[in-house]
Design a protein around this ligand. Structure first.
Ligand SMILES: [Zn+2]
Length: 187
């Protein structure tokens, strides 16, 4: 931060405090060169992010909407709601700091999948199926093969219970028959 008196770029912070109801931080600084004191305010720069949907329509990025979708997809997978909130915060922070002001729903889906994959394999598969990542049975089999069979087997009952839509049901039965065949995709 350049000194307003001598334009020197180094200063020492004497005091920092929250200001404007927590919306900014006020810092009292002292120039390391001329010793003059001055005040700076640091604010969060909020930049709206535009989401481009599959059909080409645009809408503003809405973190609470993303969270609702994730909560729905991650029902009964054992991920704490608070953890999902943290993931959404991380995704929003990532989108805010990118130079691009637009993001496609596909990119958002990929980001969610990246986090869920590290977090919980069942949640990952469920989100991927809800989100429509699987183009066909081949993709589905490949994804399943990458995951641990043990985790998958223990999740089958949970998953079939919580499936509601027809899409989920068809995915579930494909999933069950694959599991019964030991993930053999030769048929
Ligand atoms: Zn100065």
């Amino acid at each position: 931060m350049q000194c307003p008196y001598c334009q020197h770029t180094n200063s020492r912070v004497l005091e920092s405090r929250s200001s404007e109801g927590g919306q900014s931080i006020r810092r009292r600084r002292e120039c390391l060169n001329c010793k003059h004191r001055f005040t700076t305010y640091e604010r969060i720069e909020f930049v709206p992010i535009t989401v481009i949907k599959h059909d080409g329509k645009k809408e503003s990025f809405d973190a609470s909407k993303l969270l609702r979708g994730m909560v729905r997809a991650c029902e009964k997978t054992g991920i704490a709601h608070q953890r999902l909130e943290t993931i959404v915060d991380d995704i929003e922070a990532y989108l805010q700091q990118r130079p691009q002001r637009e993001v496609t729903t596909h990119e958002i889906g990929q980001l969610v999948l990246k986090y869920l994959r590290e977090e919980n394999e069942v949640a990952y598969i469920r989100f991927a199926s809800v989100y429509g990542r699987f183009k066909g049975i081949k993709d589905f089999v490949e994804t399943l093969e990458q995951l641990q069979e043990k985790t998958i087997a223990s999740s089958v009952s949970q998953w079939s219970e919580s499936s509601s839509s027809d899409r989920d049901k068809s995915q579930t039965s494909a999933y069950l028959s694959l599991t019964h065949n030991g993930l053999d995709n030769s048929r």
